[in-house]
Design a protein. Structure first.
Length: 223
């Protein structure tokens, strides 16, 4: 499952390097960064492909899930920054693109180091240590606060909707979008925000799957 996301990211980066469209000239200053990113993603794609083919360890499942989310977020963010440059082509959008490429490069390095650990240890990495190390190394790219997913404005609007005037009626605020762009991350950032902690005495986080029992979910919240 992670391989498809990594492969999609690789195709996106390669398309920016090989495109013959007029937009290519906009990114000539970042060709070195895109080439370096392409090399890292390509290496990671080979690793994930071989792993999924061999399926050598159940403990790797959490790594694959995290890697899939990271790859999806990175791809979405690069597309977002590239679109911003194509539309505005000003100093601000170029700075945002440069900052994003630098952060992505650092985080992809961390991810590659984790995959190297897995290979060096002969796939004997325990699930607990793997997930802890991986989550720590990729924290910045999944953190909404560092502008990697371009959702600061959405977060502020959510906070305003949740803490503004209350009419007394139940309120549902949906967060919609394609998979992997950081909807859950955004929701967690809002859920743990100090403004929410000050305004709500009681909070509950519930993850509802397609097959669920309402009574059990309610009891879990109360427990």
């Amino acid at each position: 499952m992670a391989h498809a996301s990594v492969a999609s990211l690789m195709r996106t980066v390669e398309s920016l390097l090989t495109s013959n469209s007029p937009m290519r000239s906009l990114f000539c200053d970042y060709r070195e960064e895109f080439c370096a990113l392409d090399e890292k993603v390509s290496s990671l794609e080979v690793f994930v492909k071989n792993f999924e083919k061999n399926n050598v360890s159940v403990d790797m499942t959490d790594f694959e899930v995290e890697l899939k989310e990271v790859a999806n977020v990175v791809e979405h963010t690069i597309k977002l920054r590239v679109t911003e440059v194509a539309l505005a082509n000003d100093e601000k959008t170029h700075e945002r693109l440069a900052d994003t490429l630098q952060q992505v490069a650092e985080d992809m390095d961390c991810i590659w180091k984790e995959s190297t650990k897995i290979q060096d240890k002969g796939k004997q990495v325990s699930e607990g240590s793997l997930v802890q190390d991986f989550s720590s190394s990729t924290k910045s790219i999944l953190n909404v606060n560092n502008n990697m997913v371009g959702r600061d404005d959405q977060k502020e609007r959510l906070l305003e909707d949740l803490t503004g005037s209350y009419s007394g009626e139940p309120k549902v605020i949906p967060i919609v979008g394609m998979g992997g762009i950081g909807k859950t991350t955004l929701a967690k950032e809002v859920y743990n925000h100090e403004l929410i902690l000050r305004n709500f005495n009681v909070r509950a986080w519930v993850t509802v799957s397609q097959q669920h029992n309402v009574k059990e979910e309610v009891l879990n919240c109360l427990g």
